[in-house]
Design a protein around this ligand. Structure first.
Ligand code: DX5
Ligand code: ZN
Length: 219
């Protein structure tokens, strides 16, 4: 089994020094850079747009994993693809035509993900599995960093592991929200291949990032 990938969420970074923060987590061993895009409409918070992703792009060669919590989502898919996103993940509730949105992401040459909120069933993926590179399992309700892990994410990850294995496709299973060194082992055992970590990466300041990421990787 390949090692668990760590995707630090910039939501917990110092927004006054975002470029430096991206370089610091890259150097500390981050596998992907997780970017939380919120619109104060689909979720009750407002973060960053494509111009910020474009400005950050030269600061790391690692994949930019863009989590879109916006509605309507379709026009922004294009903007974030142009800005340099590598992976674009969308919530089924954020647009009327999930299949079309995923087709659009693939046509832009990007990897496509679907995000399952805590209350969104795995059956939301029915009929779009062929288009997926990633499923993002929310283990908190989206909107804020620093929330507690919701345990019902675990059986959902196990169900997804079976679904992905049966599909024969190399679909990543990523978990987002309340991930820390105390629960990451259970997530990997359930079948996760990537974890998002905001609080758990950035706590303690820059001198701690490498230790924090190492602890999440289990060594
Ligand atoms: C929540 C975001 C998460 C969040 C994770 O809406 O999607 O990426 O920043 O933060 P932590 O790791 O602090 O729970
Ligand atoms: Zn996220």
């Amino acid at each position: 089994m390949s090692p668990l990938k760590i995707a630090p969420s910039l939501l917990s970074a110092d927004f006054a020094r975002l470029g430096e923060e991206v370089r610091a987590i890259d150097a500390a061993g981050a596998d992907w850079i997780h970017v939380d895009v919120m619109d104060n409409h689909f979720v009750p918070n407002l973060t960053i747009g494509p111009m910020v992703v474009k400005a950050l792009r030269p600061h790391s060669a690692k994949p930019f994993d863009v989590h879109l919590m916006v509605t309507p989502v379709d026009a922004l898919v294009e903007s974030f693809a142009e800005a340099g996103a590598d992976i674009l993940s969308v919530h089924p509730e954020s647009g009327p035509h999930l299949h079309r949105t995923l087709m659009r992401i693939k046509a832009l040459g990007k990897q496509a993900g679907v995000v399952l909120n805590p209350s969104t069933p795995v059956s939301a993926l029915d009929h779009v599995v062929d288009l997926l590179d990633l499923v993002l399992v929310m283990s908190v309700n989206p909107g804020f960093g620093g929330q507690s892990f919701i345990e019902s994410a675990l059986p959902k990850i196990e169900t997804l592991r079976r679904l992905v294995d049966a599909s024969g496709k190399a679909i990543e299973i990523e978990v987002d929200g309340g991930v820390d060194a105390g629960n990451v082992g259970r997530l990997a055992a359930a079948g996760a291949t990537v974890v998002v970590a905001g609080t758990a990466t950035f706590r303690g300041g820059e001198a701690k990032y490498a230790d924090n990421i190492r602890a999440l990787k289990g060594n």
